[in-house]
Design a protein around this ligand. Structure first.
Ligand code: KIV
Length: 289
């Protein structure tokens, strides 16, 4: 018999465990697109914390631990400074908070571009430390060899074409892509190269709608649009953007909540009650038996 005692964490905020569900797998998500048609669009949201994952999980097919956490969580100016350590820690939190969605973790800038071997070392570390089902990386044809290397060694990969935020310093900003013929045909050939290399899905971000539709028709694997088209095989948004956490969001974001106002109003009421000594009241204080 073990002599170590077990801490009772059943009342912890971290464990409002629902009845375990069967988690969606990458092959099942890939298989949603059959002969170019996806009957049921794939629902994706970003998640960075365990609690956020708990709340989103039942509604999504896939939770993306995006490197957008650089701006959203850490207040960084772009995703460029995000590290593998950050992605592994947030990835693990999201896996702990979810039971149903497949969890995919973004590979941060600088962790995969140098060589397929570097990408394998980084991706396998993310999978071991977080328990995620696969990784996402940015870039098109230039990354095809790396995608093939990872997939053939057991690492599911999601691609990302069009507006690729890690390349903001080359692109010069976050404007939509695909307006010129050269840009449009590069986005198309990038997506085709990733799909041929074995990507199970491809994020198509910030491209003009006809190109998003053309890409979706041209590749066998599902496309996940953001600032793209409702005709993509699925959609993703940054959760904090769609919840109304930020004043400034890209044009393609639809706000489904007003969480910033709710937080401000709650903080203002709390501050007023502390200052007037209305809080804590009888319900929040312990008295002698
Ligand atoms: O980092 C991120 O959140 C993303 C999605 C917006 C696709 O890459």
């Amino acid at each position: 018999m073990s002599t170590t005692f077990t801490l009772d964490t059943s009342t912890s905020r971290a464990n409002p465990t629902p009845a375990p569900m069967r988690r969606l797998t990458v092959p099942r998500i890939r298989a949603r697109k059959v002969d170019g048609v996806t009957e049921e669009p794939i629902v994706v949201l970003t998640a960075y914390t365990a609690r956020q994952a708990q709340l989103l999980d039942a509604h999504c097919d896939l939770l993306l631990v995006g490197d957008s956490l650089g701006q959203v969580i850490y207040g960084l100016p772009s995703s460029v400074p995000v590290t593998l350590e950050m992605m592994a820690a947030h990835g693990a939190a999201v896996v702990r908070g979810s039971y149903h969605s497949a969890v995919i973790v973004d590979m941060p800038f600088g962790s995969y571009e140098q060589s397929p071997a570097q990408a394998f070392a980084s991706a396998s570390r993310l999978m071991k430390e977080s328990g995620c089902a696969g990784v996402k990386l940015e870039g098109g044809a230039a990354m095809a060899e790396t995608v093939e290397f990872l997939v053939s060694r057991g690492i599911p990969v999601m691609g990302h074409v069009g507006l690729t935020p890690q390349a903001v310093n080359v692109l010069g900003g976050y404007g939509p892509r695909g307006r010129s013929e050269a840009e449009a045909s590069k986005i198309l050939s990038d997506a085709q190269a990733l799909c041929r290399a074995g990507a199970f899905a491809i994020v198509v971000e910030g491209v003009i709608e006809p190109i998003a539709i053309a890409v979706t028709r041209a590749v066998a694997c599902p496309t996940i649009g953001i600032g793209a088209s409702a005709q993509c095989d699925g959609q993703v948004l940054v959760t904090d953007d769609m919840l109304g956490m930020f004043e400034r969001v890209p044009r393609f974001v639809k706000r489904y909540g007003a969480i910033a106002e709710d937080i401000s109003a709650a903080a203002a009421q709390y501050a007023a009650e502390v200052r007037s000594r209305a809080f804590p009241g009888p319900d929040q204080t312990y008295q002698p038996e």
